[in-house]
Write a protein that binds this ligand. Structure first.
Ligand code: HEC
Length: 152
């Protein structure tokens, strides 16, 4: 019994490790080109995700917008850390729910972001991604939703 439990714990932590790895490689493959290998972005062109994506994850509405931005893209002027961005971010609806969840969990925990997460924060689940996916938004509609949340 004890052995089975230990085996289960080992398997689960390996699974967690695989998910984290997956998020990191999905990020490098799909996002690093614009947002930078360490999420630093490029001022005026691509907003940073290091030190910033966590700001979106502090409220349920912001969490939804974060997921929607990756699923459907984002189009409209935004200001991040006093820099103006008026670009277009492509959507990644071709990725599976679990992939988007582990990608976002990587982004929210990498580069010191984990230290900025609000108390009681829970990782993003595939079910949350599925719920947002069913809304089928355009990048402009995601932008409208983003305007409604109060970013610090
Ligand atoms: C072709 C360049 C490009 C790629 C690739 C890209 N993004 Fe973006 N991303 C942008 C731009 C430009 C914006 C800002 C859009 C705007 O000004 O409305 C943005 C915005 C965002 C935002 C919203 C930030 C905010 O403050 O609302 C998040 C989150 C994000 N990207 C995550 C990702 C993730 C995760 C990936 C990989 C799946 C990715 N991006 C791939 C260009 C890109």
């Amino acid at each position: 019994m004890k052995k089975t439990l230990l085996g289960l714990v080992a398997a689960l932590s390996l699974f967690g490790f695989a998910l984290a790895q997956n998020g990191s490689s999905l990020y490098q493959k799909n996002c690093a080109f614009c947002h930078g290998e360490t999420g630093q972005g490029r001022p005026g062109a691509f907003p940073p995700l290091a030190g910033h994506s966590v700001e979106l994850a502090t409220s349920p509405a912001g969490r939804a917008v974060l997921i929607q931005s990756v699923l459907f893209g984002l189009q409209g002027e935004i200001i991040v850390k006093d820099q103006r961005y008026a670009g277009v971010m492509p959507g990644y609806a071709q990725l599976r729910d679990e992939e988007i969840a582990s990608l976002l969990n990587f982004v929210l925990e990498a580069w010191g972001n984990d230290k900025l997460l609000p108390p009681g924060y829970r990782p993003i689940s595939a079910a949350e991604v599925a719920a947002e996916r069913s809304r089928r938004l355009t990048p402009l509609q995601v932008y409208e939703n983003r305007r409604r949340i109060n970013l610090r």
